[in-house]
Structures are given as structure tokens and as C-alpha cells.
Design a protein around this ligand. Structure first.
Ligand SMILES: NC(=O)C1=CN([C@@H]2O[C@H](COP(=O)(O)OP(=O)(O)OC[C@H]3O[C@@H](n4cnc5c(N)ncnc54)[C@H](OP(=O)(O)O)[C@@H]3O)[C@@H](O)[C@H]2O)C=CC1
Ligand SMILES: O=C(O)CCCC(=O)O
Length: 491
């Protein structure tokens, strides 16, 4: 791999300001999901190194929290600048270890950096309150303080942005962090840490634990009382496990979990716009995004036209190596992921779904799946309940607004939903009726650093990005200041 800055390719963990090997000397392989080649091996850290990282973050917290918000902001801003200076290298690293098309990787570097920029500013605005006092001898205040050491566990699908949208707000308000990146994508996380070091974060403020032993590190994160907050993005099953494990220390949690996003197309929708939104919301990152559409509901009156137009767009998608400039769909992340897509598509076909496009693996590479469109899908099929996390668009048919709202909400998940239509009264009704944390109206792309990202129900809780994303790393302290002379001062 030809990087302009070769130092961005790291092989060690980052603990207490040092690049370290595992005490055991163990390493694990990082594999290119397109070619199946080993890119490199990285240190396989475990409990002793994680313990040291928590100790370092605990010590560093005492001084990092004392810096002014402006001082912290300047270092964050420097980090932001460095992310953009090294955009091409970071994008290449990401595509090689994650597989997404290089244009999407460039987009993610910018998106990831935007959280750093936003929170560098927003960290200066962690305002408290002066509360009108019911007692004449006392004054009441609420101040906001950093919660303490934060553990972040992140997934492989957005190897940079899922880290920055957790750690940028944490660092901005004075917390320190220990990050466990996904085992499939540690290189992006380590490159981020390298640039953080260059930006001037003091030792111990940021720590990164590459490991193929997630349960061991997760156990320590959830049981150690020095970790005050755990922020997790990943599957609902793992989120539930981490929440149960955190009960003993009553940690504050942010859980950004799985989704089952509906995408509703009403009969008055602009079809061209709806197709464009459908392509973005379904096929971004090859369908491996928690806010990706999982179920299309199209009104009976426009069903055939929608399927026909979408089929044309899906058929044109180019599958292949993400490093090639015109690739639009890369490989799936690993064998388990492509096996899951195979299983869900086979189940749907067996139960009567009609394959309009695709329907099987692609010859472009061992983990590539042909972009697929399935029509006449119904609720007996497993993909109506399970997150596909692949380039498969199942299209359901509906006739009434009440029916489609019922279908859309009939899931334990509640992350993102989308709908297209023109009737303003219905837009309000539907937006209010959808039981989701985020709703895209006449758009298939909702993500931005300035808006609150997060779910309800079994999609988790907490919000990332925006002013709400700062609150998750702060605690409110109430000050009751008594003994104040209540007589008015006379001149
Ligand atoms: N909300 C979202 O954005 C995401 C949703 N998903 C959903 O989850 C499915 C499975 O994906 P998968 O990657 O296995 O998701 P996981 O939830 O297993 O992985 C997410 C992160 O959690 C870590 N992890 C796994 N088990 C534990 C544990 N016991 N304690 C602590 N950390 C743990 C992983 O480490 P490691 O990498 O070492 O396994 C990774 O860093 C996908 O098909 C998709 O449906 C997946 C990723 C992101
Ligand atoms: O799958 C995820 O959790 C990442 C969502 C990416 C985005 O912010 O849009």
C-alpha cells in the first residue's frame, strides 16, 4: 500500500502515549475483504494492556479536565486539520481494510472529521444554569462537568466516523477515552490515534486497544469502576450484553444498535426523487449501515413503476474492488456477513419473493454480492424482521396509510425511517406516527454532525452529533449556595 505518509500504517496499540506490543507478543491479521490478502498484523492487546490504558486515562483525566474548553478546542481543531491533510491516505487505508469504494471512504474521512470540527466548537458551550431560588438566603446553580473516563466500542462499517462521533464530544468537554475498534478495521483507528498524537493530545487522553478478544476487553470496560461511561455502536445482541454487564457499576451508557429501517413511497411521491433516495439509503456502504433501508413499502398504484425504475438503477451498479475509482459496491466485510445475506435471500425466494435483479453472489470477488432487488416480499420472510446488512432491496406492497404505518412500526427496532410523498398534512401525520429516532422526509440521507443521531426501542438510546451529543459526556452538578445575606444593599 503506497501511503504518502507511511507512518499512518501502525502495527501497535496506543496506550499512555506509547505505541505498544502485546505483553504476550501476540498479533492478529488484518485482511483486505476484497482480495482476502493479509494487509498487515497488529498487536493483539488483552486485559493487562487494557488495564494500563484505563489507569493512564484515569490519571490523564485529572489534568485534561482542568484545561479550558478553548485549549482543548485548539487541539481538536488541529486534529481536524490533520485528518483533512491526510484524507487520501486515510481513505486508502479504510478501503483496503473495510472494502468500501474509495469515493465513499473519502466521504467518510470528511464526515468523521466534521464531528471533530463541530465538537471543537460546541465544547465551548457546555453551559449550566442559574436557577431562581425559592430561598432568600441561597442561590442555586447547575454546572456541567465531564463524566470521566469513557470507553468506546466501535464497529467496522464506519471505521473513522463511529470513533470521532464518540470521542470528539468526550474530549471536547474534558473526558479521556479508551477505544476498542472493531477487529476487522483497527488500522483506521490507529491512524486516527497517530494524528491525535501529532495534534498534541497529552499522553493518556486517547488510548486505542486493537484486539481479537472483544469479550475480554468488554468485560473489563463494563466492570471497572474507573470507566464512568460506555459508548457502543454495533449489534443489538452485543449492546444488550454490555448493558447487562454494566449493571454492577451503573455506568452511563450510549447504545447505537441495529435497525430495520422502512422506506415508504406514497402514491403522490416524486418517483425520480424517490429512486435517488432509495439508492442512497439502501446501497451506501453496500447496504452495511445501521440506517440503511431494510424494507421498502411502495403504494400499490405505483408499485410496478417503482420496481421497474429501481431495477434499472440497481442493475447499473458496478461491483468490485473499492480501490478502483468507478466501483460503487465493494465486498461484504467477512464470510459471516455474506453467509447471512445468502440465507435471508434464499428464505425470501423459497417463500415466494420474485428476483427482479441479482439474487446471488457476484463473480467480482469472493465476498461480493450482486446488488439485488426482490419484489412481492411479505412479512413471513425473515428479511422483514432481520437486518440484512447487504445490498438487497426487498419491496413490499401497501394500499393505505394506516396499514403502512402499522407495518413500518411492527419491529422491535426504532432507528431510522424514510418516506416520500407530497401531501403536507400526511407528511406531518406520518412523521409523527413513525416510532423511530430519525425520520428522513423526501430524502434518503439524514446523517450530519449537526443533528442528533440515535434510536429508540431496541435500537438503543443516547444521541450522537449535535448539541445533544455533548450532553452524553457531561454530568449535571447542582450547587446550593447558602448563607447569603438577603437584605438589600442600601447605598
Ligand atoms: N449499528 C450498527 O452500526 C451496526 C450494526 N451491526 C449489526 O450487527 C451484525 C453483526 O455485526 P458485528 O460486527 O458482529 O457486530 P458486533 O456488535 O458483534 O460488533 C460491534 C463491536 O462490538 C465488539 N464486540 C463484539 N462482542 C463483544 C463483547 N462481548 N464485548 C465487547 N465488545 C464486543 C466488536 O468487536 P469485534 O470486531 O472484535 O468482534 C466490535 O468492535 C451486523 O450484521 C449488523 O446487523 C454491526 C455493526 C454496526
Ligand atoms: O451504521 C452506523 O451506525 C453508522 C451510521 C453511519 C451514519 O452516520 O450515517
Amino acid at each position: 500500500m503506497n501511503l504518502q505518509e507511511p507512518n499512518l500504517l501502525r502495527h501497535s496499540g496506543y496506550v499512555d502515549g506509547s505505541w505498544i506490543s502485546a505483553d504476550s507478543g501476540a498479533t492478529f491479521a488484518v485482511v483486505n475483504p476484497f482480495s482476502n490478502e493479509i494487509i498487515t498484523r497488529v498487536a493483539n492487546l488483552a486485559e493487562p494492556e487494557t488495564e494500563r490504558a484505563i489507569a493512564a486515562a484515569t490519571l490523564a483525566f485529572q489534568t485534561w479536565k482542568q484545561r479550558t474548553a478553548t485549549e482543548r478546542s485548539r487541539i481538536l481543531r488541529k486534529w481536524f486539520d490533520l485528518l483533512l491533510v491526510h484524507k487520501e491516505d486515510l481513505a486508502l487505508l479504510m478501503t483496503v481494510e473495510q472494502g468500501k469504494p474509495i469515493a465513499e471512504s473519502r466521504g467518510e474521512v470528511e464526515y468523521g472529521a466534521s464531528f471533530v470540527e463541530w465538537f471543537a466548537e460546541e465544547g465551548k458551550r457546555a453551559y449550566g444554569d442559574v436557577i431562581p431560588s425559592p430561598r432568600s438566603d441561597a442561590r442555586l446553580l447547575a454546572i456541567k462537568q465531564p463524566i470521566g473516563v469513557v470507553a468506546a466500542i466501535t464497529p467496522w462499517n464506519f471505521p473513522i466516523a463511529m470513533i470521532t462521533r464518540k470521542v470528539a464530544p468526550a474530549l471536547a468537554v474534558g473526558c479521556t477515552v479508551v477505544i476498542k475498534p472493531a477487529e476487522d478495521t483497527p488500522l483506521s483507528a490507529l491512524a486516527l490515534a497517530y494524528l491525535a498524537e501529532e495534534a498534541g493530545f497529552p499522553r493518556g487522553v486517547i488510548n486505542v486497544i486493537p484486539t481479537d478478544r472483544p469479550a475480554e476487553v468488554g468485560h473489563l470496560f463494563t466492570h471497572d469502576p474507573r470507566i464512568r461511561k460506555l459508548s457502543f455502536t454495533g449489534s443489538t445482541a452485543t449492546g444488550k450484553k454490555l448493558m447487562a454487564q454494566s449493571a454492577g457499576t451503573l455506568k452511563k451508557l450510549s447504545l447505537e444498535l441495529g435497525g430495520n429501517a422502512p422506506f415508504i413511497v406514497f402514491e403522490d411521491a416524486d418517483l425520480t426523487e424517490a429512486i435517488a433516495g432509495a439508492m442512497t439509503s439502501k446501497y451506501r456502504n453496500g447496504g452495511q449501515t445501521c440506517v440503511c433501508t431494510n424494507r421498502f413499502y411502495v403504494h400499490d398504484a405505483i408499485y410496478d413503476a417503482f420496481v421497474q425504475k429501481l431495477a434499472k438503477a440497481v442493475q447499473a451498479l458496478k461491483v468490485g474492488d473499492g480501490r478502483v475509482a468507478d466501483t460503487e459496491i465493494g465486498p461484504l466485510i467477512n464470510n459471516a456477513a455474506i453467509d447471512k445475506v445468502d440465507r435471508l435471500v434464499a428464505d425470501a425466494i423459497e417463500k415466494g419473493a420474485r428476483v427482479v435483479v441479482g439474487g446471488g453472489r457476484s463473480e467480482a470477488g469472493p465476498r461480493c454480492y450482486t446488488p439485488t432487488l426482490l419484489a412481492e416480499v411479505d412479512t413471513t420472510m425473515d428479511l422483514s424482521r432481520e437486518e440484512v446488512f447487504g445490498p438487497v432491496a426487498p419491496i413490499f406492497r401497501f394500499t393505505t396509510e394506516a396499514e403502512v404505518i402499522g407495518l413500518a412500526n411492527d419491529t422491535p427496532y426504532g432507528l431510522a425511517a424514510y418516506f416520500y410523498g407530497k401531501d403536507h398534512a400526511r407528511i406531518w401525520r406520518v412523521a409523527e406516527a413513525l416510532e423511530y429516532g430519525m425520520v428522513g422526509i423526501n430524502t434518503g440521507l439524514i446523517s450530519t454532525a449537526v443533528a442528533p443521531f440515535g434510536g429508540i426501542k431496541e435500537s438503543g438510546f443516547g444521541r450522537e452529533g449535535s448539541k445533544y451529543g455533548l450532553e452524553d459526556y457531561l454530568v449535571v452538578k447542582y450547587l446550593c449556595w447558602g448563607g447569603i445575606n438577603d437584605r438589600t444593599v442600601t447605598p
